[in-house]
Ligand binder design. Structure first.
Ligand code: AMP
Ligand code: MG
Length: 310
């Protein structure tokens, strides 16, 4: 996608004035504000109707920019070299003299950081002298936005500007890993955690059990399209929407295919737009056929299970 400098300058000016704007990333669109500004960070929570105790991910251009805010270790450097910029978020210790707004962390002593890959957002980040706090650009507990039109559907005129960046190439939120002690995954995401295990050369525990919540992406109800969802379904009624991983010859108006040939990357990219489309088409419920529980399929299943707690 071509980079339009006048759009980036407009985004930059709004951010310098503590406004919130939507930015494209390869995972999902973000609702971004200056992470050093209390005013900007407060606005993010109000716009999203997000509970104050759900901390934000802070986005940086590169690792040198992070030095004043966080301390890091060898595991961080290994993963950074291999996967950044990309769909991985690190939980690190926040430095005492960091200027990160207290609203970002809800006074926690840790910070979630990410280096997004989308070229437009990287270009923007390079021009700023502050990092961007940016949760997903959707209303709290609802399906994330993977296109600018989804952001418009959720926020309408309440949002000052949407930096156009096309459809997000991954379409699932980042994988969150806590690196402060023994590495553990807090949220499955767009980077397959087995690739992380290979780089760290160790088994990494997945701790996304809601009874031990440290990342509310682990809350039970999340990612909800606002109608009931049932999983692992083989037969559906005509008035229900039916999501299938792979295209079938029989095409019915209530059938929605996530990919042509059962490819999990393609399915991940189409998941949230399909859920949003089904809601727009006014189906009253959704049934989903079995999705293979491997690689990105694990993340897709994680999101659908949480969305089904409606
Ligand atoms: P989103 O709002 O979709 O960007 O999700 C951000 C996720 O990162 C949420 O699940 C947060 O709870 C999680 N998160 C942000 N900061 C921290 C932190 N310091 N420790 C643990 N999880 C965090
Ligand atoms: Mg979110």
């Amino acid at each position: 996608m071509k980079i339009n400098l006048s759009n980036i300058k407009k985004a930059k000016n709004l951010l310098f004035n503590s406004e919130c704007i939507a930015i494209p990333t390869e995972t999902v669109y973000g609702l971004a504000g200056n992470a050093y500004s209390d005013k900007a960070c407060k606005k993010i929570f109000t716009l999203k109707k997000r509970p104050k105790n759900n901390p934000l991910i802070v986005h940086y251009h590169k690792f040198q920019d992070l030095k004043k805010d966080c301390s890091f270790n060898k595991n961080f450097i290994k993963l950074y070299k291999k996967f950044c910029p990309g769909p991985i978020t690190f939980i690190l210790d926040l430095k005492k003299n960091s200027k990160i707004s207290k609203f970002v962390t809800n006074k926690k002593k840790t910070l979630a950081v990410r280096f997004p890959k989308h070229p437009i957002t990287r270009n923007l980040l390079k021009r700023l002298n502050f990092p961007l706090a940016a949760p997903s650009a959707n209303l709290s507990k609802r399906v994330s936005a993977v296109c600018s039109s989804h952001v418009k559907d959720d926020f309408g005129k309440k949002i000052k500007y949407i930096l156009e960046g096309g459809k997000s190439s991954i379409g699932l939120e980042s994988t969150i890993i806590d690196l402060r002690t023994k590495p553990k995954i807090l949220r499955l995401g767009g980077l397959d955690f087995s690739a992380i295990q290979r780089v760290l050369n160790q088994k990494v525990k997945i701790q996304n059990n809601p009874s031990k919540i440290s990342a509310p992406g682990q809350f039970k109800l999340h990612y909800s399209p606002g109608i009931p969802i049932k999983l692992n379904i083989r037969k559906v009624k005509d008035d229900e929407a039916y999501i299938l991983i792979r295209e079938k010859k029989i095409k019915k108006s209530n059938y929605y295919f996530l990919s042509r040939k059962g490819d999990l990357k393609e399915a991940a990219k189409n998941l949230y737009s399909t859920l949003r489309k089904i809601k727009k088409n006014k189906h009253l419920s959704i049934s989903v056929s079995k999705i293979p529980n491997k690689g990105l399929g694990k993340t897709i299943n994680d999101r659908l299970i949480r969305a089904s707690k409606f």
